[in-house]
Write a protein that binds this ligand. Sequence first.
Ligand SMILES: Cc1ncc(COP(=O)(O)O)c(C=O)c1O
Length: 391
Amino acid sequence: MSNIEYNFDSIIDRKNTNCLKYDALNQFFGEDNLQPFWVADTDFETPNFIIDKIKERLEHPALGYTFKPDNFFQTITDWQKRQHQWEIENSWISTTPGVVSGIASSILAFTEKQDKIIINTPVYYPFYATIEGLERTILRNPLKLQDNRYQIDIEHFEQLAQEGAKMFVLCNPHNPGGTVWSKKELQAIGDICVRHNIIIVSDEIHSDLILGERKHTPIASISKKISDKTITLMAPSKTFNIAGLATSFVICSNRKIRTTLDRTIYAVHIHGGNLLGNIACEAAYEYGEEWVGKLIDYLASNCELAIQFLKQELPELKIMKPDATYLLWIDFNAYGDEKEMEKRLKEIAKVALNKGSSFGEEGKGYFRFNFGCPREVMIEGLNKIVSAFKN
Ligand SMILES: Cc1ncc(COP(=O)(O)O)c(C=O)c1O
């Protein structure tokens, strides 16, 4: 393997590459000429230890069906142990083309139409689309705001559990808040799920991007009882900027649950995977540890800088400091209503941010800013926002 390169400051032109973040602006925002800080996709180069492996494979002239070698599973198992001190077994892992398709497969495998599924709101918007698209009923557990930080309302969660919920879809760490849930909170909701026979589907896609002191706890690592009820979903896509390769995985220690879930994954026929995605995933976890460490340092500095700058220039914004991810959840309510802010961001600042209400009604008036980009790009975007709101 060649030496690892760290090019977080390098600005790459992603336009005209069928890049969702840049090339689909018109489709999502009705305008092309915006600087994008929306979708959770970084602007960093995919690391060279992944690109090199893909190039090596492309030297071969045939790209037929593929299967995953033992080492694919071993790298995931080793990564979980190193990063999260979570001991899993290779046989607990299945693959899906995405975390969201893993959530959908879990819903299909363990619930019926109209069954109740709990989510903590506001939350990553495909949770709504997937649950409602499959005609299940959402039970909302609104997050509590304490010192500008989200907390899970445990009492309300228990009430919802008593209403006959069949499943709980958790976002851990949380998107959009970037919250790393405490072990205590996770244990409390995990125990409630155990008591009420609720399956936990834990989306832990952001778990490798922990910026601060708080440690990520895979909910399934807390106790055997909770693990027995949990399907964990993870992927290297956010961390290594390989979301376009559509490769993610499911971890489940409970053989019965795993077998039932696998049956659905096989029935829908999404187990096979993507030849290049599998190679990328294996390389990411085999060689990526140091690179991720440096990425986290870079992101943490971006985060600090963005918060300080916005606080100083636009003191009425309320900014949630994320424990994880590269997403800043900003409350613009002091500056006007959401529609007006949306217009100002688009028409005056010329930036594209995710609108808070798309994460649920509790997010109204917030916007989500993606700082997973070279610092120079981030500063340019922040300056545009500040000018648009100062005047
Ligand atoms: C919490 C969360 N889950 C899942 C995804 C997407 O997962 P996938 O592309 O693997 O379906 C994202 C992407 O932004 C996310 O933030």
